[in-house]
Design a protein around this ligand. Sequence first.
Ligand SMILES: Cc1cc2nc3c(=O)[nH]c(=O)nc-3n(C[C@H](O)[C@H](O)[C@H](O)COP(=O)(O)OP(=O)(O)OC[C@H]3O[C@@H](n4cnc5c(N)ncnc54)[C@H](O)[C@@H]3O)c2cc1C
Length: 464
Amino acid sequence: MSVAICLFTGDLRVHDNPVLRAALRAADQVVPLFVVDDGVREAGFAVPNRAAFLADCLADLDGALRGRGGRLVVRRGDVVDEVARIAEETGAGEVHLARDVSAFAQRREARLRRMLEDSRRRLCVHDSVTFVVPPGALTPGSRGHFAVFTPYYRKWGDVPVREPLAAPGTVPVPAVRSERLPSGAELADGDPSPVLPRGGEDEGRRRAAAWLGGPITRYADRHDDLAGDATSRLSPYLHFGCLSAVELTRLATAVGGPGAEAFVRQLAWRDFNRQLLADRPEAAREDYRPRNDRWRADEALVAAWREGRTGYPLVDAAMRQMAREGWMHNRGRLVTASFLTKILYVDWRVGARHFLDLLVDGDIANNQLNWQWVAGTGASTRPNQVIDPLVQARRFDGRGDYVRRWVPELAGVEGAAVHRPWLLPAEVRRRLDYPDPVIGLDEGRERFHRARAGRSEPQTLFEL
Ligand SMILES: Cc1cc2nc3c(=O)[nH]c(=O)nc-3n(C[C@H](O)[C@H](O)[C@H](O)COP(=O)(O)OP(=O)(O)OC[C@H]3O[C@@H](n4cnc5c(N)ncnc54)[C@H](O)[C@@H]3O)c2cc1C
């Protein structure tokens, strides 16, 4: 009996999984393997919210495989050592893996390749698993990556999207030792948010079907409405690969119309970030476009930002949404990231780390490159643009409902007045246990522009 290993990473699903299908084609039996990799914990990437979600994903994947006559094989340790051990134990000749882009993933792939070549085995890396258009498929010249989204997106839309693959009917698994499925508590220290969505492919597919069956048609008009909460919330399912971006793109395209088009455009942003990071993996840590920033280190201000006590209600509402839910609306991410990096002029890495500590969809490519984009050290063509939280409040939370939902101290303030509590009558203001602004917006903005020695750009909206 021939054996192949299907090494699950960011593709925790049985539907439209080219890695699993190829492993099944290659051999009589397949080891569907997930390694609880010590390296992820050592890198500080194992945090309670994502750990809890991951535990759900693994249990769900195990269930899907058992329904097909197999099961998930779980090991703990160094991923390369564990794959080597299982290959030795089962005589597996091939290991199948999804391509991924972070420095960690690129190192993992290189180490696996070396180890397998040394033992005359083959590593088969599959491109079209976690992306719609794989990194490197579109380049401005013969190599490199696109540094600007718009021309990338124009070409992205012309690439034919492959047919999604059906889930396999059966998955024959050889006799091989497995550890039990990990719980979230075993994967990370600390308590997850009590209101996290349930992880896993089954739940992801249910949510995707509900999204595609209706709300997607209103996405173009409503995606920025903070209180309306009218985005898909599919990001953690995409991050862990419970959902295939290829399948989602095909299904959304079939729905058609402006809502679906705007949604598919966001999936292209995901690919854009990935093609950039694949080529420049150091951009997860280093400025993609250095601006000679001399960021300020002010622990008290950073703490106020983290805790949602900056005195700017929209910023504070968004930070508290993340603290409670492990998720934040995209408009909130833009406003809070701009506030930290431009108004407070604090290093984007400080904010990106905090987001990664909490976000259930925390994703190296999307998080680090969006932070760089907002900070003006990334791929934005308007690096010195500063987002004004008060203008954003008027546009995207006009009635103040989002702020009242997340900042209970201000729940009794009616209408748009909630966005400027410092203007309330003194006796009302005194009764509110809510701080004054930690900084004046003009003061922050001017300091930032001086530091960048750039021209002050007019306040227009981010186009993301
Ligand atoms: C500072 C900052 C940090 C961010 N960190 C992350 C992160 O860690 N993980 C993450 O998945 N997204 C991140 N984003 C992008 C975006 O905010 C989230 O993907 C989105 O809010 C998730 O909600 P949703 O699934 O309802 O999105 P929808 O609006 O329904 O979009 C559908 C999908 O498209 C993708 N997408 C949407 N917007 C973007 C974008 N700007 N860049 C790349 N992909 C996008 C996501 O996979 C998302 O699930 C960040 C954005 C900013 C400004």
